[in-house]
Design a protein around this ligand. Structure first.
Ligand code: PLP
Length: 446
């Protein structure tokens, strides 16, 4: 393998800005997943502007973007319909601290796309949404423990930072410091796609379990489908135990079709009812690129939330007109006929091209693709749980990542993160990406 172009000084503006950022911002980044620590270190690329499937760095270099801001930018950057909605909202006043009609309109839109949501509440991030579903589940059941799945990331609230995937795993800190043992002891972790382990945990902790929290389709240790029957069995066993099922659909909602994973026919569930959760957390795409989160679910559970019930949750910025307007515009644009099929087709040709290029150069590569999103794993085995996702070649990924970046293709700097297709990508972008990958694989040859 041709070794390191890792962490060489480049004299770029990104490097200068990064060196300055290090003086003022912890680690130079405002989210650890943006750091290049796991891909050889050095300065991350500082982006200046984006349009469609591209963004440009501080030196004016253009990149094809598969990061999509870790998911929200499904329409591409600065989509005209979303941009117009944000500008209108800004001109009209960005924050009132009162209810607005926009919130009602948006709540209605979400409910009609995701029928398990009798009632919703808007918050400011996926982290907040998940954190609150746990609080509400505890308030409803009077129980305190939760079960989660190894490698699933649910934001950075204390309770779910145990065996958390993607960002924390990339940096080698799946169990964060600063989370008291007493809190960690409230979380039981079982392997994804392992029904027996889940049922054993439910049997062991029984009436202490408030909820089982899951990414119904995983987006945080690559893109991983639940095995056929897994979610159905999870729902049956959890309900039998008197616990609630919480789906974290922060990544998955509006990702594969106009709806959530819980209503995605790719899951091959016998019926939507068989896999319907009690509570759902949302974020990312539903904000059209502005900060947002939302949670919702069955009426009698949601009625536990203040001001109706005793579970407190609030937010100065919650439901702000700018985020809600962007979210409405984004969902409107996503209703364009054929849009999701196009994402699927583009990602399918990307998958085929990457697989062929890897094969041609003797690189072992597993690709998991679900409609317009995919993940690449440098290994020669399938990836269907966290252990398998960990057992992949991070060094090879780091070199691949760097080579792609050099060639103007931007991926997330982590072997666990997905590639997201946007509505703005073209067939030419896919062809250029495959050519770049071919070149990168040639350099990685064993
Ligand atoms: N849940 C899932 C499945 C996520 O992927 C993420 C973020 O990546 C979150 C929750 C947290 O969302 P946020 O970063 O908006 O707080």
């Amino acid at each position: 393998m041709t070794k390191p172009y890792l962490n060489k000084p480049t004299g770029s503006r990104s490097e200068a800005l990064y060196n300055e950022a290090l003086q003022h911002i912890v680690g130079g980044v405002n989210s650890p997943s943006r750091s290049f620590k796991a891909v050889g270190g050095g300065a991350p690329v500082f982006m200046k502007r984006g349009k469609g499937a591209y963004f440009w760095d501080e030196d004016g270099k253009r990149y094809i973007d598969y990061l999509a801001a870790y998911g929200p930018i499904i329409l591409g950057h600065a989509h005209p319909h979303v941009t117009a909605a944000i500008c209108r909202a800004a001109e009209n006043g960005t924050l009132f601290g009162t209810p607005t009609e926009l919130e009602v309109v948006f709540a209605r839109m979400l409910k009609s796309a995701i029928p398990s949501l009798d009632k919703v509440r808007f918050v400011n991030s996926g982290t907040e949404a998940v954190m609150t579903t746990i609080r509400v589940a505890r308030a409803f059941t009077g129980r305190s423990k939760i079960i989660k799945f190894a490698g699933c990331y649910h934001g950075h609230s204390d309770l779910v930072l145990v065996a958390a995937g993607s960002g924390p795993s990339t940096l080698g800190i799946p169990d964060s410091a600063g989370v008291p043992k007493s809190i960690a002891s409230e979380v039981i972790t079982v392997p994804y796609n392992d029904s027996e382990a889940l049922e054993a945990a439910l049997a062991h902790w029984g009436d202490e379990i408030a909820a089982v929290m899951i990414e119904p389709i995983v987006g945080n240790f690559g893109m991983v489908m639940p095995k056929p029957g897994f979610l159905e069995r999870l729902c049956t066993a959890t309900r039998r135990n008197g616990s609630l099922v919480i789906y974290d659909e922060v990544i998955t909602a509006f990702r594969f079709h106009y709806g959530a994973a819980q209503t995605f026919d790719g899951l091959e569930a016998p019926s939507y009812a068989a896999i319907e959760p009690d509570l759902t957390a949302l974020g990312k795409i539903i904000g059209g690129g502005l900060p947002i989160g939302a949670y919702g679910g069955r009426k009698e559970i949601m009625d536990k939330v203040a001001p109706l019930g005793p579970a407190y949750q609030a937010g100065t910025m919650a439901g702000n007109p700018a985020s809600i307007s962007a979210g409405i515009a984004c969902l409107e644009a996503l209703q364009e006929p054929g849009l999701y099929d196009r994402l699927d087709r583009l990602a399918a040709s990307l998958e085929a091209g990457l697989a062929a290029a890897a094969r041609a150069h003797g690189i072992a590569l597993t690709i998991n693709r679900i409609r317009g999103s995919l993940s690449t794993h440098f290994c020669n085995h399938p990836v269907s749980d966290y252990e398998e996702a960990q057992d992949t070649d991070g060094e090879l990924f780091a070199h691949f990542f760097r080579s792609m970046l050099e060639q103007g293709i931007c991926l997330a700097p982590s072997k666990y993160e997905a590639w997201f297709m946007t509505a703005a990508h073209t067939e030419q972008d896919i062809a250029d990406t495959i050519t770049a990958a071919d070149h990168a694989f040639a350099k990685l040859k064993p």
